[in-house]
Ligand binder design. Structure first.
Ligand SMILES: [Zn+2]
Length: 361
């Protein structure tokens, strides 16, 4: 028997718990797991299971409506900024008060609820109020990558379902079913560290080796001039631009699939299209930052090798000690830059500054 929760990869324990809850669901759930561990798939599958009269058969009208994003009783509340605003959470509360239009439940979804934690007590109060006493046919589905202690009251009002990072075998098997050969699937799975989404991007990324080689060559290319620091920054940012292409291609493929599903369900246009596209943009910004951090980690390795070779020189010379000291300073500078990368930092300035200071160490 296949059903809507069968599509959730490698999370049999979480899926088992969710299946048990379908018959008598609680009023709020908190799905917790790292990126790419299948939270979204589990959430949509569970929502379909809630609406279906056969516990999520995957074939009936109710299931297909939820899976294609066309069920008007499954409402994704959209987060527009970096953190949840009071207005957005009020909107969630307002939505949660209305009656479902169909015979099933009204399902209100808030993804990445950890972004309500940024010291915004008014937002938190609104969210707590929604979860305290929702109408009988309303169910809240929340997700979070992690649950900071400020969210413990929110957590205490939900059934928590944990998702772990996927095993390399599960990711490799998935890629193989997608037509990737065994050797490459194992290689990509191990580089993706349990994140299926990252694996799907990496398997399409044929320039990763070249990008890492470039990062490794940065120390020897620096010549102490600002002009060189600026030039290297430009080259790296254009490599990151290229690195985005596989992600953009994957997103386009997903959008086409969603449109096809919507057409098959008789929809004239794709429901929630703006939200989907905003989500894609967020994912791209995040990917850029992750890729830059990955590059900085590679650069750190180069200086760590320098540090070790400086310390291993026997007997130590003033030249080798100086080299080791320079490497320590460089590693600290890189760590500082890596921490400061966030969605609203000026990447060009940040990288140029880093390269200028590395020229001096
Ligand atoms: Zn069904």
């Amino acid at each position: 028997v296949t059903d809507v929760l069968d599509h959730v990869l490698g999370q049999s324990r979480a899926v088992g718990e969710l299946r048990r809850h379908l018959a008598h669901p609680s009023h709020a759930y908190l799905f917790v797991g790292p990126p790419g561990s299948g939270l979204r798939e589990a959430l949509v599958g569970f929502a379909a299971g809630l609406q279906c009269e056969n516990a999520g058969c995957g074939n009936c009208e109710s299931c297909r409506l939820v899976l294609s994003g066309a069920d008007t009783d499954v409402v994704f509340v959209e987060r527009r900024g970096l953190s949840w605003s009071v207005d957005e959470l009020r909107e969630a509360e307002r939505v949660g008060r209305r009656r479902p239009l169909g015979r099933g439940y009204l399902v209100v979804v808030l993804e990445n609820i950890e972004f309500a934690a940024a010291g915004q007590s008014p937002a938190m109060t609104v969210l707590l109020k929604s979860l305290e006493d929702p109408p009988a046919r309303t169910i809240y589905l929340l997700t979070a990558e992690e649950v900071p202690s400020v969210l413990s009251t929110i957590e205490s009002r939900c059934v928590r379902v944990n998702f772990g990072p996927l095993s390399d075998e599960a990711v490799a098997r998935y890629l193989q079913q997608d037509g990737v050969d065994e050797e490459r699937s194992l290689q990509v799975a191990s580089a993706a560290s349990g994140n299926l989404r990252r694996a799907q991007i990496l398997v399409r990324d044929h320039d990763m080796e070249q990008r890492l080689a470039f990062w490794r060559s940065v120390p020897e290319r620096l010549d102490g001039t600002n002009a060189r620091a600026v030039a290297l920054t430009g080259e790296i940012l254009s490599l990151v631009e290229t690195a985005l292409e596989p992600l953009v291609a994957l997103q386009e493929q997903e959008l086409a699939q969603l449109k096809e599903n919507a057409t098959a369900m008789g929809q004239r246009s794709l429901p929630r299209r703006d939200e989907i596209e905003a989500g894609f943009k967020r994912e791209q910004r995040r990917f850029r930052i992750d890729d830059l951090r990955f590059g900085l980690a590679t650069l750190t390795n180069v200086y760590q090798e320098r540090l070790h070779s400086g310390l291993e020189t026997t007997p130590p010379t003033s030249r080798s000690l100086e080299r080791a000291q320079g490497a320590v300073t460089a590693i600290e500078e890189i760590a500082k830059a890596s921490r400061s990368f966030s969605q609203n930092v000026n990447e060009t300035l940040q990288l140029t500054d880093l390269f200028v200071s590395l020229s001096q160490s």
